[in-house]
Write a protein that binds this ligand. Structure first.
Ligand code: NAD
Length: 468
């Protein structure tokens, strides 16, 4: 068991109090994180303010090189961070687990470091020259969730730093330790104050809320639930903060009748159950044509039965426990309710600790809470359809609009249907695949703005139009 510290102004600092972080696989304490006070937050913001002028003024190639070096630092500590991540989050080391997450973090860091936003000449003629400059905003506050804590922190930190901002990160109280370790590791090769981290259990004082109202934080980039994102948007209005909000999803997949159920079972499974379904853009509702509905259910169940679930530190585990008691209770409630009105094909109830078996449920009424709410866990409702237009309408009948997918052997047709889905990303014959060069974000209540690629980098800047 270890005590972790925060990185503020290039130094390792503690807080007056700490809080315990629990391993969901064992119920044991992994370590203790500092429980930051408002004064600790102010100190971190002050360090970021002090570091901003020099970091923003650094020649672009030097800032680019510094960001590229961060990917290398992450690679050096990847195994240590992965093991810590597995212990606090539950995801296995292997499969699409913590080593995969660290690989993603390095890939995003490396790609983002290589991006740039050169000055754009809008006009250059006898009547004058107009240039569009992209300038850093100032101190960026990053607030992250517990499902992919390190990778999502990197999604926030790297574009913010690359664009010349300085950063204060606040991870989820469920998974603060891997972020503390990752930030400490990266900050070692950055000027003091460029990258800072504060942790809090959100009880006596909600540090995330304090960041949203902080007068010296100029932008918040947030990934988390819709409810929290809405609060941040309201709070941030008083200081007119720039916002990027990546929030919840209730992604639908639509399977057309021309699919081979066995051929698509693996893709459907991982589209829905990556990270135990605790993934914003995982498939959370599956619409299958009546003619192959039962065969798809059977093939998915057959595939799922072979996936080993266990303590993530066990090298043979491919899925771990649900990440925390709060989420476990939510999934349990939704599945117990669905069992009353639908047909359980696989799983259905937990038998040990926070391990919830992969659960498939068919024949639910369309207003079942498991279909309407974001379950964010290992339970997938499979919905039978006969009329494609009705399936598309049902897929779009959601407050969320993060992702969606269409499955068919006719790619051209699938592409046309995909474009009818009201969501930020849409895939053909896969679900949830994301890349550092492809903008990602949601429509409707799933958020505002985009991350990744040049579009994501641009969101970390203010535009200045120069008439000269
Ligand atoms: P959450 O909203 O409960 O917490 C997210 C973060 O916000 C945590 O750091 C938390 O401490 C902080 N927070 C809590 N109250 C706050 C407040 N009032 N003001 C500011 N910050 C506050 O979300 P979670 O349970 O950690 O994550 C799960 C949710 O995140 C799911 O809905 C999932 O879909 C979503 N998510 C979205 C994406 C995406 O890119 N769209 C990615 C991952 C997760």
């Amino acid at each position: 068991m270890l005590d972790f510290s925060m990185t503020v102004g290039g130094r390792q600092v503690t807080a007056r109090e700490t809080f315990a972080v629990i391993n969901p696989a064992t119920g044991q304490v992994v370590g203790h994180a500092p429980n930051a006070s408002l004064a600790d937050l102010d100190m971190a913001v002050a360090a970021a303010i002090a570091a901003f002028p020099a970091w923003a003024a650094l020649p672009d190639d030097q800032r680019q090189a510094a960001c590229a070096a961060l990917a290398g630092r992450l690679a050096e500590r990847a195994e240590d961070i992965a093991r810590l991540l597995t212990q606090e989050q539950g995801k296995p080391l292997n499969g699409l687990g913590s080593r995969f997450e660290m690989g993603g973090a390095q890939a995003w860091a490396g790609y983002t470091a290589g991006l740039s936003l050169p000055v754009k000449v809008l006009q250059d003629d006898n009547s004058g020259r107009i240039e569009l400059h992209r300038k850093p905003i100032g101190v960026v506050g990053s607030i992250t969730p517990w499902n992919w804590p390190v990778m999502i922190a990197i999604w926030h930190i790297l574009p913010a730093l690359r664009a010349g901002n300085t950063v204060v990160v606040k991870p989820s109280p469920y998974t603060p330790l891997s972020t503390l370790m990752a930030v400490a590791t990266m900050a070692e090769i950055l000027p003091p104050g460029v990258l800072n981290v504060v942790t809090s259990d959100d009880r006596a004082v909600n540090i995330g809320a304090a960041m949203a109202s902080h007068p010296d934080i100029r932008k918040i980039v947030f990934t988390g639930s819709c409810a929290t994102g809405e609060k941040i948007m309201q709070t941030a209005a008083t200081t007119m903060k720039r916002l990027t909000l990546e929030m919840g999803g209730n992604d639908a997949g639509i399977v057309l009748p021309d699919c081979d159920p066995r051929a698509i079972a693996e893709g459907l499974f991982w589209g829905a159950f990556i990270n135990n379904g605790q993934t914003c853009a995982a498939m959370k509702r599956l619409y299958v044509h009546d003619s192959i509905h039962d065969a798809v259910c059977d093939e998915l169940a057959a595939f799922a039965r072979n996936i080993p679930m266990g303590n993530g530190l066990d090298e043979t585990s491919v899925l771990g426990p649900v990440a925390n008691r709060m989420q476990f209770d939510k999934v349990s409630r939704l599945v117990a309710d669905a069992a009353q009105s639908g047909r359980i094909i696989l799983g259905g109830a937990a038998d040990e600790g926070l391990f919830f078996p992969v659960t498939l449920i068919a024949d639910l009424p369309e207003d079942a809470p498991l279909i309407i709410e974001e379950q964010f866990g290992p339970a997938l409702p499979i919905i039978r359809y006969t009329d494609l237009d009705q399936a598309i309408a049902a897929a779009n009948n959601s407050d969320n609009g993060l992702g969606g997918s269409v499955w068919s052997t006719d790619r051209a047709r699938a592409r046309d249907i995909a474009l009818q889905l009201d969501c930020g990303s849409v895939w053909v014959n896969r679900h949830g695949a994301i890349q550092p060069n492809a903008p990602f974000g949601g429509t409707k209540r799933s958020g505002i703005g985009r991350e990744f690629g040049e579009e994501g980098l641009a969101e970390m800047t203010e535009m200045q139009t120069l008439f000269c």
